[in-house]
Design a binder for this molecule. Structure first.
Ligand SMILES: *Cc1c(COP(=O)(O)O)cnc(C)c1O
Length: 457
């Protein structure tokens, strides 16, 4: 039986084999055929029947497709979580994508002062816009917000004490714990207050000659309710400045638009912190700002100059692609078109009627193919450690347990195995898909994927 297996060279010489070589190159085609022939040989020893040459060639094609598929690839986010960290946080605007392409295609004035004809600074590309939009004296961009916190504390407080409320010693997720980052920066953590209540007098009592700064961290991914008290940032600023100390605030999300306009709670804005006198403010580029992964540091020019000169700055700096996308994203705010142009804000602003329309369209399409599907009301969330507990009313496509041809887990697994994977969520008796986070141009792919998976393919 083993001798019945065709040789690799015979397979390569067949018309389909030549086609494989033409498409993928001879070395890869050979590797694929060796792989499938070895598998067939092992299967034969287990008593399987001998595959035909054309079966082997198709298997080689499938192996090549699976092997060459990019590891990082697009996914349809039907979870309704808008800033989904596991799914890459903020999708970029068309202008941001264009800016990346334009700058990445060739050389750019990344660190070159075109007027002077000499070395310049990469920070200038987003700094002027950030200053204009937030009223900051100076701005600096680093790799992400964790880097922004680490770098700022390392520069401003290494070897000295930093006072923080026990209610703000938070874990952001993915292992980012505020106390760990503080220790890593070499500063000494001084915790004050209790989990639920910290007063100005707690900070005041903790100030010593070793204190460098007071740190406020926005507890961005959870909410304390009930008997709670935190110190308003303005009071913290007054206390710190009276003692010749600095105040730094980690805002997490860095929301530049008033979130209450969209029926959400008010998310603290960097411009408010700066107006209140905070010396250094930092936040992420890919949360509610809606741009690329970045950490943005705003604040007093003298402090930011020191931060920019810290040796860690070189290790945490951003590349030209990030700066291109960030500048283009900030331009949307400058032009007053953020809500229409930036995908996450467009999703947040989507009217319920439009979501209902799309969910109904999805359900009708599936029913026309003979599958049971209904529309339910539900809630989308902001996610990404922003606006915890805040939801937006939405319409969900529901595929119910018992109404679909397999278990909900199996259906979810099939959807994730699609060439463009579809990620939804299972809530008790149904698999739910939220149109809010599905880009409109993905509707067709989503529907054909759903139909294929319901058919068992
Ligand atoms: C998200 C978050 C961070 C981490 O930001 P990255 O950009 O993910 O590094 C830090 N602090 C707070 C308060 C956050 O919400």
């Amino acid at each position: 039986m083993l001798r019945l297996l065709p040789s690799i060279s015979a397979l390569l010489q067949s018309p389909e084999g030549l086609q494989l070589s033409a498409e993928f190159g001879r070395p890869l085609a050979t590797r694929a055929l060796r792989q499938v022939v070895a598998e067939a040989r092992a299967a034969l020893r287990q008593g399987a029947s001998c595959p035909s040459p054309s079966e082997l060639l198709s298997a080689a094609r499938r192996w090549l497709a699976a092997t060459l598929q990019p590891s990082l690839r697009p996914v349809i986010n039907a979870t309704g979580v808008i800033i989904n960290t596991n799914l890459g946080r903020a999708p970029l605007s068309a202008a941001a994508l264009q800016a990346i392409q334009t700058v990445a295609h060739g050389y750019a004035n990344l660190e070159y002062d075109l007027e002077a004809g000499e070395r310049g600074s990469r920070s200038v590309h987003a700094a002027a816009l950030l200053r204009e939009l937030t009223g900051a004296e100076a701005a600096l961009v680093v790799n992400n917000n964790a880097a922004a916190v680490l770098l700022s504390l390392s520069t401003l407080a290494a070897g000295r004490e930093v006072i923080i409320s026990r209610g703000q010693l938070v874990e952001i997720g993915g292992g980012f714990r505020v106390p760990d980052v503080m220790r890593q920066s070499g500063c000494l953590l001084v915790e004050v207050g209790t989990t639920n209540r910290t007063r100005l007098s707690d900070y005041a009592a903790a100030i010593s000659e070793r204190t460098a700064l007071l740190l406020a961290v926005h507890p961005s991914n959870f909410r304390l309710t009930g008997f709670v008290e935190s110190t308003p940032i303005g009071d913290l600023v007054r206390l710190a400045h009276d003692h010749g100390l600095l105040v730094m605030e980690d805002l997490g999300s860095g929301c530049l638009l008033p979130s209450e306009r969209y029926g959400l709670a008010h998310e603290p804005m960097p411009q408010e912190s700066l107006a209140a006198g905070v010396d250094v403010v930092c936040f992420s580029g890919d949360k509610l700002l809606g741009g690329p992964q970045a950490g943005i540091i705003l604040g007093r020019a003298a402090l930011l100059e020191r931060i920019a000169r810290h040796p860690l700055m070189r290790a945490l700096r951003v590349d030209k692609l990030t700066l291109a996308a960030l500048e283009a994203t900030l331009r949307h705010y400058q032009r007053g078109e953020a809500e229409e142009a930036i995908p996450i804000w467009r999703m947040i602003a989507l009217p319920l009627a439009r979501l209902q329309e799309r969910a109904e369209h999805w359900a009708r399409t599936l029913r026309a193919q003979g599958f049971a599907a209904s529309v339910r009301s539900g809630e989308s969330t902001i996610g990404g450690g922003s606006l915890p507990g805040e939801t937006l009313p939405t319409a969900l496509l529901a595929l119910e347990e018992g109404e679909v041809p397999c278990s909900l887990e199996e259906l979810a697994r099939r959807l994730r195995a699609r060439p463009v994977p579809i990620v939804g969520r299972i809530l008790r008796d149904a698999l739910l898909l939220d149109p809010r986070t599905v880009l409109e141009e993905q509707d067709e792919e989503l529907l054909s994927g759903l139909i294929a998976c319901l058919r068992g393919m």
